[in-house]
Design a protein around this ligand. Structure first.
Ligand SMILES: N[C@H](CCC[C@H](N)C(=O)O)C(=O)O
Length: 269
């Protein structure tokens, strides 16, 4: 069976998008998602995104990391899907409903409300999620935030100086995080302006992480080192994050379609 896909990205965080809203596809195994995402023998992407019919929203957006794991949220992909869909819509995800609004060259997405309780992150035991008493030197005292998916946010003097390739997998897979975790390392580089590098759960270092930018901006506002709206500069470019305590998070930024293609389903199943 030949299947069409759309290759898209948000600030270089890239996706293979399968639009199964009209014609349903057979279910996708973890192994198949990883094979599609493989940059050497597959099509190659950070996340595989599958759009399906939904009973409770305009459609369902399923998110598979490059390791094949299905997860709850993907900010950059939400903007790419908004661009593809072409009109405002409420979309179901495993992390809750989000609201998409296409803009010129990208989208603005309401990502819902952040959660801070230790068991909502989730963590393996109760700690103060505003400043967790843990360290992976030189990183220490992260804030934990759930944006539909789990994030640890570390603030340092110079985010560029941290060896995230070495530290990322250690933190991602630490037993403190029963569902693993996305690892964010940020520096304040100007008024309400953060620089951010992200080691993504199930995908590793990416050019950008939308939910990571949301988690980091929320953490900076909670720590009163920044005020909304916050500009987050990632290796792939800038996102604008708006949030006030008690409210939902709005993320605005670019998205783009790269190319379209087809593949033989059975080659990856
Ligand atoms: N690696 C993330 C999913 C993708 C998040 C990222 N690509 C984004 O734009 O938010 C996780 O396992 O929760």
């Amino acid at each position: 069976m030949r299947v069409s896909f759309i290759k898209m990205h948000g600030l270089g965080n890239d996706f293979v998008v399968l639009d199964a809203r009209e014609d349903a596809l057979p279910d996708i195994s973890r192994k198949m998602a990883a094979r599609i995402a493989d940059r050497r023998e597959g099509i190659g992407c950070d996340q595989l995104i599958v759009l399906e019919r939904s009973e409770s929203a305009a459609f369902l957006m399923r998110i598979f990391n490059a390791d094949g794991g299905e997860v709850e949220a993907c900010g950059n992909a939400s903007r790419a899907v908004a661009l593809l869909h072409g009109e405002a819509a409420t979309v179901e995800t495993a992390g809750g409903n989000i609201s998409l609004e296409p803009t010129a060259g990208g989208a603005s997405v309401d990502m819902g409300s952040p959660r801070f309780d230790w068991d909502a992150i989730p963590l393996a035991y109760a700690v103060d999620t505003a400043a967790m008493p843990v360290a992976w030197e030189p990183l220490q005292q992260p804030m934990a935030v759930n944006i539909g998916n789990p994030h640890a946010v570390f603030f340092v003097d110079d985010a560029d100086a941290i060896d995230l390739t070495a530290l990322g997998p250690l933190i991602e897979n630490d037993p403190l995080f029963p569902e693993r975790i996305n690892v964010n390392v940020a520096s304040l580089v100007g008024e309400n302006h953060l620089k951010l590098h992200v080691w993504e759960r199930g995908a590793g270092l990416t050019r950008a992480c939308g939910t990571g930018a949301c988690a980091t901006a929320v953490a900076a506002i909670r720590k009163a080192v920044a005020q909304s709206p916050v500009t987050v500069t990632l290796p792939g470019g800038d996102l604008t994050i708006e949030w006030k305590s008690g409210g939902t998070i709005r993320m605005t930024g670019p998205a783009a379609e790269a190319f379209r293609g087809t593949f033989e389903w059975d080659d990856y199943a």
